[in-house]
Ligand binder design. Structure first.
Ligand code: ADP
Ligand code: MG
Length: 279
């Protein structure tokens, strides 16, 4: 384990985000490599949604091969936070997509199986990730995929379901219709928000770009509301299998109560037939 932050030597920056910086670090005594996420203290705490999040709490309390492991968490008197995590040596699905181009169906199924297993674990504890997208899915050289970045996640027991504004966080492009339009919001189906984001993510990895628009086009917020709320399902390349088409449409039902759950999707033929083979 890691007992003191001082024992860690910074090697390089792995990523910058909204609330801080992630470093690759080495433990001086053991030479073990970790990722260290340092979250800035904000002098004006009321302006910082991070304060309401449960990132540290969730990372410390979860134990799944499909969720990034936390090996230590620290908080300074000034309010700066640091989280030591296992290091994922192949980066994120976003960097892999940019480096190597679109993934074949067998990889999509294998990634889908792993992320669904992670989401199934989280949803069973009433934890909602709320920011599933390629840059928050970490990968190692063996194509093990783990869910990371719980910066906007929520823990919400059934007795205290989130209200609309609690889940209006994350990244617009991956937000489900009921998160972009408060009239569609239903507190009984919050987990379905993560399933929509996963559907968009997997389709993006398959076609190589944001799937609701032609390559190169970046949607603005208003377009996204119209596309996800009223638009047709994204068109699929003609070589896509029936299983993949069916799977994606189960993730992208507009009504959250019709979307399949993580547990149901784990036994979808696309995942059972292809995802598990290589696991
Ligand atoms: P943010 O809230 O700033 O987006 P993330 O937790 O998503 O924070 O981390 C930002 C980036 O840092 C990621 O997109 C990834 O490139 C890199 N990163 C984060 N955690 C790890 C890790 N455990 N191993 C390797 N790289 C990581
Ligand atoms: Mg992130």
């Amino acid at each position: 384990g890691v007992s003191k932050l001082l024992d860690l030597e910074k090697l390089c920056v792995l990523g910058h985000g909204n609330y801080g910086t992630v470093y690759k670090v080495r433990h001086r005594q053991t030479s073990a490599i970790y990722a260290l996420k340092v979250i800035r203290a904000d002098p004006d705490a009321s302006q910082q949604p991070y304060q309401q999040s449960h990132e540290m709490k969730i990372l410390i309390s979860t134990d799944s091969p499909y969720i990034i492991k936390c090996l230590g968490a620290y908080e300074s008197l000034a309010g700066e936070k640091a989280i030591v995590m296992e290091y994922m040596d192949a980066g994120t699905l976003d960097t892999l997509l940019k480096a190597n181009g679109p993934f074949p169906e067998s990889s999509i199924a294998h990634i889908g199986y792993q992320v669904l297993s992670g989401l199934n674990y989280l949803h069973a504890f009433n934890i909602f990730h709320l920011d599933i997208k390629p840059s928050n899915l970490l990968v190692d050289k063996n194509m093990n995929v783990k869910i990371g970045d719980f910066g906007v996640s929520k823990i919400m027991p059934e007795s205290d379901p989130p209200d609309y504004w609690d889940i209006y966080v994350g990244t617009y492009a991956y937000m489900s219709p009921e998160r972009l339009d408060s009239n569609m919001y239903d507190p009984r189906f919050v987990s379905a928000a993560d399933i929509w984001s996963l559907g968009v993510t997997l389709l993006e990895l398959y076609v190589g770009h944001f799937p609701f628009l032609p390559p190169g086009e970046k949607p603005n917020w208003m377009q996204l509301v119209l596309i996800t709320r009223y638009g047709e399902a994204p068109s699929m390349p003609k070589e896509a299998s029936e299983e993949l088409r069916g799977f994606i449409s189960c993730c992208l039902h507009k009504e959250p109560n019709k979307r399949w759950t993580a547990l149901q999707l784990l036994s979808h033929p696309f995942i059972c037939g292809k995802g598990r083979l290589e696991d």
